[in-house]
Design a protein around this ligand. Structure first.
Ligand code: UDP
Length: 372
């Protein structure tokens, strides 16, 4: 039985980066992947007969301010010049998202100038000392009317729970702007990899053997006996056999449809703010690649439905009970020698891709320095 310095479990960004770094440092590495394909939820593939690259698990926009992460990722791909803009439909009208001058003016039927926004919104805000949850935070930022129109319904659909039970941090992902700037991200670097995400992951792992369809946990003693260090990127509670109970995850179901029309919605992501609409958003993938020639008269859309499904984790819910549980699992993880835990699922953190990559680089560096 061949022995490895590292056995990496999972081929999302964290796992792939860690494996790539270890292999580049001359360590022997084996990667195990439960699914039949690489890349975790970043997996992309072309939809047959359309030349449209589909983000199979939902639209992924790469963005970062971090020079090191940008220098690293661009070793494996070039990016197009896509800049993410999101629109949201509320009561059959379309508004820019995140909330900016365009949203505010259109919603209130006004023509405020940037300098007038602060006073206008200040009058709408409710005084909440030290907001404790998503609803309080949102109301303290934009007031109740904008919250109820654009945030409440969407958040309840996405998280399946009352926004008062969610952490304030979720909403601080979204900026509120007094200008017409309707860009979704402020980061210095942004784009979509020109060939999609799958080739990035393949290039990262080009010198590393990958075994597909392997459930590490089903045979963990065997794999652990063959590895100096195991790098585990699956859900942390599952690793410990749910000993303290289950962490909550939100999942996503995507209904993909090929349409015989040129352009369904004219933009890559349209949110649906109202609770009466069952899906949270519609993705139209061709709009991510304005540089590409797609097959004429065809488009691929995905309607996104949010649901609880702990077996297909996407988003850590991170409610109060979860935070208590996570502290217990983190303590167990700290005592588990020879195992590195990392990525969105193992750290139970709402990481963006660049953050998963950053964490992978950091933890690989630490482990590689410590190992010799
Ligand atoms: N959100 C909202 N309305 C929107 C878009 C987002 O209320 O139209 C809130 C919602 O609570 C969501 C959070 O902002 O969970 C973060 O949204 P983001 O777009 O960052 O989520 P992701 O793209 O990662 O699913």
């Amino acid at each position: 039985m061949k022995q490895y310095d590292y056995i990496v479990v999972g081929t999302g960004f964290f796992g792939a980066v860690f494996a790539q770094q270890a292999a580049e440092a001359g360590r022997s590495v084996l990667v195990l992947e439960k699914r039949r394909h690489i890349g975790g939820n970043c997996y992309t593939k072309d939809y047959e007969g359309t030349n449209i690259n589909v983000h199979v698990y939902g639209t992924h926009i790469f963005h970062t301010n971090n020079e090191e992460i940008w220098a690293y990722i661009t070793r494996f791909t070039s990016f197009n010049r896509y800049q993410h803009r999101v629109l949201t439909t509320h009561e059959n009208r379309v508004y820019p998202m995140p909330i900016c001058l365009g949203t505010i003016n259109q919603f209130y039927g006004l023509n405020l100038r940037p300098g007038e926004v602060e006073a206008f919104i200040a009058a709408k805000r409710e005084k909440i000392q030290d907001p404790q949850n998503l609803e309080e935070k949102a109301i303290s930022l934009v007031g109740r009317e904008l919250y109820e129109a654009f945030i409440k319904g969407y958040t309840m659909k996405q998280w399946g729970t009352d926004p008062r039970r969610l952490p304030a941090s979720i909403i601080t992902r979204l900026p509120v702007r007094s200008s017409w700037n309707d860009a979704y991200f402020d980061d210095k670097y942004q784009g979509i990899p020109v060939e999609g995400y799958t080739p990035i992951l393949e290039r990262m792992l080009k010198d590393v053997p990958v075994e597909y369809g392997v459930d590490f946990l089903a045979d963990r003693d065997h794999w652990r006996s063959r590895a100096g260090t195991v790098v585990y990127t699956g859900p942390i509670d599952e690793y410990f056999g749910f000993a303290h109970g289950r962490l909550q995850w939100r999942s996503v179901r995507l209904e993909t449809e090929l349409l015989s029309e040129e352009d369904f919605q004219g933009t890559s992501v349209m949110n649906y703010a109202d609770s009466g609409v069952p899906f949270t958003r519609i993705h139209e993938l061709k709009h991510l690649h304005l540089e590409k020639k797609h097959t004429a008269g065809k488009t691929v859309i995905m309607r996104e439905f949010s649901l609880i499904d702990n077996n297909h984790p996407y988003y850590p819910v991170n409610g109060e009970d979860d935070r208590v549980l996570l502290a217990k699992y983190t303590e167990l993880a700290a005592r588990e020698s020879g195992v590195v835990f990392g990525g969105r699922l193992a750290e139970y953190k709402y990481y963006d891709m660049h953050q998963a990559i950053g964490s992978g680089l950091q933890k690989a560096r630490k482990s590689l320095l410590g190992a010799k």
